[in-house]
Design a protein around this ligand. Structure first.
Ligand code: FPP
Length: 215
């Protein structure tokens, strides 16, 4: 969801206004994806590196996150959306963690769609966690075993990664994106609407995926 800050600064608004509009975009885009038959939508909401931001911005993000998990619960329950989280919630304020854990519990039996949110998430930290779990279980380090111990164990690898405003992975789903198609756009996340999504999906549909083979 990159470009929230720049979107706001360009309009002489506080960065938090960009994040607020970014959340509205998230809801719209996730629902459009579900409508179009995409079963799993993963979102990078707060990275392990985002802790380096000024405390004021981090606190505002926590406030928005908490509100989102409380406000969106009804919508998720009514529409068969299961919430999943990747990352390490342990350093989050207790009230935000409770809101997330409650939403996880309340949507656990939904089976139509998955909204997977990265919270204090980093691909490298996730891999370390997976290797630690695997070692503790005494298993041999095969690709299947590592995948099984990732935070995303129950989810398929992403088919398409949409990257707004930047042209780098920024520590996002490093293992899972090995063969993911990447779509770059200069459109900042708050402006990424239905049309922009349709364009990304059109470009994805025109790509040939060979996963390293010749055909
Ligand atoms: C990237 O834009 C956005 C973030 C680092 C935070 C996004 C998180 C939220 C909007 C909180 C709520 C999330 C959910 C899932 C409810 P940026 O700040 O890096 O923008 P910039 O690169 O233009 O400065």
């Amino acid at each position: 969801m990159d470009g929230n800050g720049r979107w706001a600064e360009k309009r002489l608004l506080p960065r938090s206004a960009g994040h607020e509009v970014g959340i509205r975009t998230l809801r719209k885009v996730a629902d459009k994806c579900f409508e179009r038959g995409i079963g799993v939508v993963s979102i990078y909401a707060f990275s392990t590196e985002n802790w380096k931001r000024p405390k004021d911005e981090v606190d505002k993000l926590f406030g928005l996150l908490k509100r989102f998990f409380i406000k969106e619960l009804k919508h998720m329950k009514q529409n068969g959306i299961r919430l999943a989280v990747m990352g390490d919630l342990s350093a989050f304020p207790a009230d935000v963690r409770e809101a997330v854990e409650n939403a996880l519990r309340e949507t656990a039996h939904n089976t139509k769609y998955v909204l997977n949110i990265g919270l204090s998430y980093g691909g490298r930290a996730e891999l370390v966690r997976a290797v630690q779990r695997l070692t503790a279980a005494g298993e041999a380090p095969t690709e299947a075993a590592i995948s099984k111990y990732l935070d995303t164990a129950a989810l398929p690898d992403p088919d398409l990664l949409v990257r707004t405003c930047e042209k780098r992975l920024s520590n996002f789903m490093l293992w899972q994106c090995a063969y993911t198609e990447i779509y770059f756009t200069d459109t900042p996340w708050p402006s990424f609407g239905e049309k922009a999504l349709a364009k990304a999906l059109e470009e994805y549909a025109a790509r040939t995926r060979k996963f390293g083979a010749l055909s």
